[in-house]
Ligand binder design. Sequence first.
Ligand SMILES: [Zn+2]
Length: 244
Amino acid sequence: MSWVRFNRLFARLTPVRPVRLGTARPIASITFDDFPKSAWTRGGPILAQHRARATYYTAGGFCGRTVDGTVYYDAQDLRAIAAAGHEIACHGFAHQATPTQSFRELTEDAARNAEFLKPFLNGGAAESYAFPYGAVSPRTKKFYARRFTNARGVHPGLNSGRVDLALLNGVSMEKRCWSREAITRAITRARHDRAWMVFYTHDISDDPSPYGSTPAMLSEILDRLAQAHIEILPMREAVKAAIG
Ligand SMILES: [Zn+2]
């Protein structure tokens, strides 16, 4: 087992903020990581059609840039996202895997992203965090648990019963692991267990990266959730609803 995988496993086995979810009904969150501009320009209108609000995990270092052919969001996008009632959340400034960073590096990166996000949060602070690459260790899990009400990794699964708000499971809606059957099973189980489902992806495009989704895939998830009467809430609101 690689060190990265060991850290991730060990982090999962070390609860930092354990709670028992008290939802009377299942809930879902739709989240975008990094995030590519298309998550907003293509994803935003689809969310609006479904009257759904999402969470945009923002890495400040990507603002206004094109990296390896991916065009990222800019400040104007962030203002529009906030105005539309979506959640702007934290994904680190430099988008580095956290386990290899020192306490000082983690602190500086967190402060830098907090400063970057402030103008788009009415001078406030982001409440939700997602680990870049899903890379996490017990040490970095504790670090972010002190700063955010909830943190998401990429371990596949629903969140129900006893969960750790410092490392929530996710359901990928990325092209590379898209499976209609798996999503059907997850929605059925979420209804049965009254779970909190946290979907994640990156770009939204007719020709998405392996880490992104097509507009049709996003629409399908939103349609399926509506049919199943599963309410969609941004992470910061879902966490309050989930702990009752
Ligand atoms: Zn990321």
